[in-house]
Design a protein around this ligand. Sequence first.
Ligand code: ATP
Length: 328
Amino acid sequence: MTTTAPAKVTAPAVRVRGLNKTFTTGSLLARKRLHVLQDIDLTIDAGEIVALVGESGSGKSTLARCLARLEQPESGAVEVFGEDVLRTQRRGASRRYRSDVQMIFQDPFGSLNPTHRVESVLERSLRLHGGTGQSASGLRSRLVELVRTVDLDPAVLSAFPHELSGGQRQRIAIARVLAVEPKIILADEPTSMLDVSVRIGILNLLAKLRDERGIAILYVTHDLASARYLADRTIVMNAGRMVEGGPSLELLDDPRHPYTRLLVSAVPDPERSEPFDAGARAELRKEVEAWTSSPQQVTTAVSTAGDVGAADGPTDSEHWVLMPQENR
Ligand SMILES: Nc1ncnc2c1ncn2[C@@H]1O[C@H](COP(=O)(O)OP(=O)(O)OP(=O)(O)O)[C@@H](O)[C@H]1O
């Protein structure tokens, strides 16, 4: 008799279940509790990019910061490759966790020490990760390899951050993260401070890291068009809750939830057959308000997982047309 070996089950890179986070603000006499994350569920597989979109203040960064262990949620579970880290690492993230889960921020200048040349910024990360056992030539070739991975010329190694463009600085910030060989990258608006012309290069770099290294990426953004371009799945957040999620193309081309439809309506698309008019948007806004006061989890056919320009108009709206995912 032949027996079939059971299929190997691989845990997702990240699984978040029932996560809640509140902040207390105000003076002693007028304390206010802000429930910033409410019952958040999310999974990200290895080699997958998941975009988190929503209006300003919807809780996207707080969720990323909870995953980076920079914030402590009140309840819920965060599993990384199957390990329930809030239980097993109660006193804070282990050294291993801090290598495996890395964060990229929106301001690449703020995250690089202006007095250090690029090579010493990267060398520091390499040494932290691999100890001090590298020979001088081994170290040099790792530095060159790192900057080449982020598509920069090794000449940048001798530059100071202020001598680089915003896009180059963000690439160095990414190289520094790669020095510790992360399995998960939390990218919080990594292109929002960059010129439109260089944004797509950073998005393509993130896609390369997913495809070639199998890195799981949470991509936090206001820009629906870039989420559509880059992310395998997109999740929409409103006021601390997840309202809708699914494969990016399906979700953003055929949004079901009124809030997602409102966000999508703010991105002009000449190919859209029925343009949204002000009346339609006002109706959607009413539906969103009704949902916010009595939220129900919306499950769409594609279901698995703030200010995206809904009120202020789109940013980079041309990407919607210029960056179709299928032509990437
Ligand atoms: N440390 C903190 N203390 C108090 N309130 C906070 C703190 N951090 C965030 N908040 C509040 O939590 C809410 C969610 O903020 P968060 O930054 O997660 O939203 P976001 O969706 O990432 O918005 P943005 O796109 O503007 O960064 C906001 O109302 C914010 O003011």
